[in-house]
Design a protein. Structure first.
Length: 408
């Protein structure tokens, strides 16, 4: 919080406490006025630190001074800029201990921090200076671990992060020999994780590098935008083709808001005539129509839908597009498939679903998003599940859904 915001907050609190007679009077009388205690508080004490990956974890004890409002920590960041962070007194624990994680460092050279105890207007008794040493930044080690291998409809980027810090991997790519057929993608690598991230090499809203050679440049980054040197790779994507959706259905479909065995809910009244709001809008080829989970009758996460493709198909990828121009939808989903042989009984919850994993969803983008399965698999049914942890907006809204099959 900026210093002037803190002052405005204090001023508002004071104004609320003033008697009504003061609010209706413009006299110069001092009676009823409240004085702001801006005297300099005592200094902070007991400063200590531990090191983390590109980070320093600071602790200190705030003063008991009645005028104390916040701590200010100044230091020089990795770009050589003098910066500061503010910590309200309300952030301290019951013992008066303040904790702060300060990151964005790219070397293990000591960093000098100046910690001030400030009154509401910034008055202070001077700083306590403290030198702390950050650990090696996580993104450098992650960059060294990056690998690329072919995948159906894209590539798989391998990574390993042995620290607790979150790292971001950014790809810039183009079709070999065609520099203007290019794009970029960024994904998050959680702390203490290892795996392979499917990346769909989109070059426009409708085109992607499909069965062609791609030139790829990758960097690993921290949350402050500090980045590793580029890691270059050349990789050929494996070609896929969209499946024919003309025979696809949703089990138990009916034109109402109610849940069925094929979906958690739909909005069959508030979005207009069919197919608007219904699950069937996902299969009509029109980006202007969409499935909307029920809102005229209450519904909440988790949500799901099941598609019956009518016959066994070899599925390598699925694609999902959000409702155009609306980010009030999910941030991720889990994808399952099931063969006809494993779909025994009338309750899909008992079917033998094959879990292909969780995939993040960019709810800020109107672009069709492709998700590569763990491997191409035979399936008749596809289930997309939205857990409570996938909730980005109050509803799920999908304009188009499709599945792809290997084409070479």
């Amino acid at each position: 919080m900026e210093m002037n915001q803190l002052f405005r907050k204090a001023a508002i609190c004071i104004a609320v406490a003033l008697p009504l007679t003061w609010l209706t009077s413009c006299s110069d009388d001092e009676e009823g006025r409240i004085e702001v205690n801006s005297s300099a508080p005592a200094k902070v004490s007991n400063v200590a630190s531990t090191s983390g990956p590109g980070e320093v974890y600071l602790t200190w004890t705030i003063p008991a001074s009645s005028s104390f409002m916040y701590s200010k920590v100044t230091y020089t960041n990795a770009k050589g800029e003098e910066v500061y962070k503010l910590y309200s007194k309300d952030m301290a624990d019951e013992n008066g201990t303040m904790k702060a994680t300060i990151g964005g460092f790219v070397s293990t050279e000591p960093v000098e921090f100046s910690i001030y105890a400030c009154a509401v207007r910034g008055d202070n008794s001077g700083a306590i200076t403290y030198s702390a040493t950050p650990g090696a930044p996580a993104f450098l080690a992650v960059a060294q671990s990056l690998t690329v291998e072919p995948a159906w409809g894209g590539v798989k980027v391998g990574y390993k992060n042995e620290t607790a810090a979150t790292v971001f991997v950014e790809l810039n790519y183009n079709a070999k020999g065609t520099p203007d057929q290019a794009g970029s993608h960024k994904f998050q690598v959680a702390g203490n994780s290892e795996g392979k991230q499917f990346v769909h090499l989109w070059t426009s809203d409708t085109d992607f590098i499909n069965g062609g050679e791609a030139m790829i440049s990758m960097t690993a980054q921290d949350a402050d935008g500090n980045a590793s040197d580029e890691v270059s790779a050349e990789c050929r994507t494996k070609k896929v083709a969209a499946l024919d959706r003309s025979g696809w259905t949703f089990p138990g479909y009916q034109d109402s808001n109610d849940a069925t065995i094929g979906y958690s809910s739909q909005e069959a009244g508030g979005e207009g005539p069919s197919p608007k709001g219904r699950v069937i809008a996902m299969l009509d080829g029109d980006n202007g129509t969409f499935w909307h989970t029920a809102w005229k009758t209450a519904s909440d996460y988790p949500h799901f839908f099941i598609i019956d493709m009518g016959k066994e198909e070899l599925v390598s990828d699925v694609s999902i597009r959000r409702r155009s121009g609306n980010n009030g939808t999910n941030t991720g989903q889990t994808i399952y498939t099931c063969t006809a042989a494993n779909a025994s009984g009338t309750d899909p919850n008992t079917w033998g679903w094959d879990n292909h994993g969780w995939y993040s969803f960019d709810r800020e983008s109107d672009r069709t998003q492709l998700f590569g399965m763990k491997d191409a698999t035979m399936a008749r049914y596809i289930k997309v599940y939205y857990a409570a942890s996938d909730k980005g907006g109050n509803f799920v809204m999908v304009s188009e859904f499709n599945a792809y099959t290997p084409a070479e």
